[in-house]
Design a protein around this ligand. Structure first.
Ligand SMILES: [Zn+2]
Length: 349
């Protein structure tokens, strides 16, 4: 078994907590991208640019540049926008990204007004009180019409809510509720902030060991993944390979778990690149990385976004197992370290 540079898991978890606590719903992911930009700036050997679309593209010159590589993860998350200000002053929302309303029912949230105000509130069923609505609390279908934001401000009519500065189109972020216990990380939006932290930890580990990537590598931190086109653009035209780093789907029928990294060989978009998959398996075996191979039934990735946009490269997908994805998620430090090791092994070989 060959040795890899050591992963600084404290750095990884601190960066992850900072990222998780930075709201960045798709379309309003700027603060998340900015935080990653700052983390990358700590490494003087990297050079970063923002795409016009708002993604962060960071380049690390490698020992060679005859087969340039890309690696992508996304800073945007699920969220919502204000669809209507209701006559009772509460907010009707439209969802950003694919999630079910019951997964955020009762969650705290922040509304970001276009004037720069942050207004707190919570997401509730329209018939929320058991003492008022009895069995309807259980029976009412969780859909756009039956969910609303109750603002923590004195408003009982639309005009009062408008006076708070809230308008149709304002972004809404859900509280992540980050908690780290016994090596577990429980939070919303581990998808895909966990993988950004893994990438940064891999860069740190390689540099600390006095090494650099085998090939010049473009790190693409995308800001529109949850709506399907995050990494569709932003790579150099001579790119040969793209490794997407995104969460693995854990649950009944899945091989993935919270303690391993997973190679996804097929998802809703079809199979990934066989040759690059074989290479990733070989690296995992060679460096004794705890890994699984899996298929995700309802899943698309930014690697496929690049393929659909015409990218002529080999694409693979790896990532840590995340339980209850697009819900109140959880993973374990072991899966994050395994993913980071895999990234390191890929970059160095
Ligand atoms: Zn994701």
């Amino acid at each position: 078994m060959s040795q890899l540079p050591a992963v600084d898991s404290e750095y990884l978890l601190n960066l992850l907590a900072d990222l998780l606590n930075t709201p960045s719903p798709t379309g309003y992911a700027g603060k998340g991208i900015e935080l990653v930009d700052q983390a990358m700036q700590e490494f003087s050997f990297l050079s970063s640019v923002r795409t016009r679309k708002g993604a962060l593209v960071t380049t690390w010159d490698g020992a060679a540049n005859d087969s340039p590589r890309g690696m992508t993860a996304h800073a945007d998350t699920l969220g919502a926008m204000v669809k209507e200000i209701k006559p009772n002053g509460r907010l009707k929302l439209t969802r950003i990204g694919g999630f079910a309303w019951n997964t955020v029912e009762g969650e705290g949230c922040t509304v970001f007004s276009s004037q720069g105000e942050s207004i707190r509130g919570s997401i509730l069923l329209t018939k929320a009180s058991g003492h008022v609505h009895g069995s309807k609390v259980n029976e009412l279908k969780r859909d756009d019409d039956n969910m609303e934001v109750r603002l923590d401000a004195r408003t009982v009519e639309a005009e009062q809510t408008r006076e708070l500065g809230i308008q149709v189109g304002d972004f809404v972020a859900f509280d992540p509720r980050v908690e780290m216990v016994n090596g577990f990380i429980r939070s919303r939006h581990l998808d895909d902030k966990a993988c950004i932290a893994c990438i940064c930890a891999a860069i740190k580990a390689i540099h600390a060991a006095g090494q650099k990537p085998a090939q010049t590598t473009t790190f693409h931190i995308s800001n529109y993944e949850e709506v399907g086109h995050g990494a569709a653009s932003g790579f150099p035209s001579n790119l040969a390979e793209l490794v997407t780093v995104d969460m693995a789907a854990v649950g009944e029928g899945q091989t993935s778990d919270e303690f391993h990294a997973t190679l996804c060989v097929k998802d809703s978009g079809g199979p990934y690149h066989y040759g690059l998959n074989q290479h990733m398996r070989k690296l995992a075996e060679e460096f004794d990385i705890p890994y699984k191979v899996d298929i995700y039934p309802y899943y698309g990735s930014d690697g496929e976004a690049f393929w659909r946009a015409g990218g002529d490269v080999a694409v693979a997908l790896i990532g840590p197992g995340v339980d209850a994805s697009h819900n109140y998620e959880r993973t374990h430090t072991d899966a994050l370290v395994a993913t980071t090791q895999w990234i390191i092994a890929y970059l160095l070989n």
